[in-house]
Design a protein around this ligand. Structure first.
Ligand code: PLP
Length: 490
């Protein structure tokens, strides 16, 4: 019988002594003597333990492994909150242009005018899209942008009042990174309960908003996929007590070209280029989380800042009130370049349409699945929609089972069990990349699963049944990953 371990052995143990993936002529020069000599015991006489493979064998091995992966280039990836949208290939071509790819991060300003121009232009475009013209491209991720933004809030309050205040208010629907960022900046966090509509409750906010509060950290659209429609009132309440409004702008793909946070009272926010502006993410990086803010934040920007002078663009380090540098060099420049290419390719009309399609797609999925799955907040949503397993629980089927069965039917699962305030949440974000055909395929798969939950729940308990491995301990897999094949002992 072929056990899974034996099967893996046949696939991974491909080395055969003497095989080579290259052909080189024999040495025709004597080996150069090594300076100082290497003691005999330390000199290798051959390759140590490397697999010996033919070139075609090697190519097939890695190509086969790549086909066991799932990615946005393989199919719809409805991982809510993560905005796993398609990464246009023209952006990759831009990022690989030699003039950009080979520019040295320490090149003098005069020799890097092209790269500085891209940074300056992207900062201008992000400022225009958000209505918040003070921009730093340095942060390397959304959470890093939050941290940078909160550091800027702290510095601004200290400069203004002599002290940073104590508390930050955060709704219970927030992404976990929000309280962490506030806490890392030395603030205590007070949670604000969302109202029954899935929004921030302004009356609860008004009660919590004391002179000890540095500000409100609010995601808009929020992680329930809802637009915070009382944001103007919320901002007024915070400002009247001298606080500042931080917006988690990770979900801006629902708003770009339609509404500007700067116009609804936000003081400072971050964007996720690796979500909203289509730069690749997953697999650990690299991301980019620019911070955008009102003009009042200009003195506190991380250094260096790209500034336009009569002699061209230059990096300005002379900013006494800056919070300092938050990232080596100038941020993840390759991502800055890709986001620039994306915005230029779409233009203002395309940007607006991308937001419209993100919202339309999520509402289409909600409307088609609302009879089969519970929708805790069943009203017009923005870029993502939350379902729960409430109806399927009756047959012993849970969110996890539904997510695993989707793998069998050819889809990456949605985000599950988040946001925490929805029991058994399934958070679906189709993104604007998907056309009607793919959305329908996804909906049909979800409907099939709802039917299977009724008629064959055992199947869902065993899913996925078509993959090389079924359910593993995901916490251990993430925390103690085994990233290479090792021959089983014995
Ligand atoms: C709403 C929200 N805030 C913050 C973040 C954190 O962004 P990052 O993962 O780039 O640190 C995310 C990530 O998906 C998010 O969805």
């Amino acid at each position: 019988m072929t056990t899974p371990d034996h099967r893996d052995q046949l696939i991974f143990e491909l080395s055969t002594p003497g095989r080579k993936g290259y052909s080189l002529p024999a040495h025709d020069v004597p080996p150069a003597p090594l300076e100082g000599g290497v003691p005999d015991g330390l000199l290798r006489s051959g390759l140590a333990g490397f697999p010996e493979m033919t070139e075609v064998g090697l190519v097939r091995h890695f190509t086969r492994l790549s086909t066991w992966n799932y990615g946005v280039d393989t199919g719809m990836y409805p991982l809510g909150s993560c905005t796993m949208k398609y990464n246009p290939k023209v952006n990759e071509a831009a990022a690989r242009m030699r003039g950009f790819a080979e520019v040295h991060p320490l090149a003098p300003d005069e020799a890097a005018q092209g790269a500085l121009a891209i940074m300056h232009a992207l900062a201008g475009m992000l400022g225009e899209i958000t209505g918040l013209p003070t921009v730093s491209l340095q942060p390397a991720a959304g959470a890093h942008g939050e941290l940078t933004g909160m550091m800027m809030i702290r510095k601004r309050l200290i400069t203004r009042d002599g002290h940073p205040r104590k508390l930050v208010l955060i709704p219970d629907s927030a992404h976990g990174t929000n309280p962490s960022s506030a806490h890392l900046c030395g603030y205590q966090v007070r949670e604000i309960k969302s109202c029954a509509r899935g929004n921030l409750s302004v009356s609860v906010l008004a009660e919590a908003m004391t002179p000890e509060v540095a500000g409100l950290m609010l995601t808009n659209p929020n992680t329930l996929g809802m637009f915070e429609d009382e944001i103007c009132d919320a901002a007024r309440i915070v400002h009247e007590k001298g606080g500042l409004v931080y917006c988690d702008g990770a979900n801006m793909n629902a708003l770009i070209g339609k509404a500007r946070p700067g116009d609804f009272g936000v003081d400072i926010m971050h964007l996720n280029l690796h979500k909203t502006f289509s730069t690749p993410h997953g697999g650990g990086g690299p991301g980019s989380g620019p911070v955008v803010a009102t003009r009042e934040f200009e003195p506190f920007l991380p250094t260096p800042v790209v500034v336009a002078t009569r002699d061209g663009l230059r990096l300005d380090y002379d900013r006494p009130l800056s919070i300092g540098r938050v990232k080596a060099f100038h941020g993840n420049f390759g991502m800055i370049l890709r986001a620039y290419a994306y915005i230029r390719a779409l233009g203002p009309k395309g940007i607006r349409e991308s937001a419209e399609n993100a919202v339309l797609n999520a509402n289409y999925v909600r409307a088609r699945l609302r009879d089969a799955y519970e929708v805790p907040y069943d009203r017009v949503n923005m870029h993502e929609v939350i379902f729960s397993d409430h109806k399927q629980n009756e047959y012993g089927v849970t969110t996890l089972d539904i997510a695993k069965r989707l793998i069998d039917l050819g889809f990456h699962p949605p985000t599950i069990y988040f946001p925490l305030i929805v029991h058994g949440a399934l958070m679906v974000e189709p993104t604007e990349s998907e056309g009607l055909d793919e959305l329908d395929r996804f909906v049909e798969a979800m409907l099939q699963i709802a039917e299977e939950a009724r008629t064959n729940p055992d199947l869902l308990k065993k899913a996925p049944v078509t993959t090389r491995r079924s359910r593993f301990d995901e916490a251990t897999a993430a925390r103690k990953p085994i990233l290479k094949w090792t021959r089983p002992v014995g």
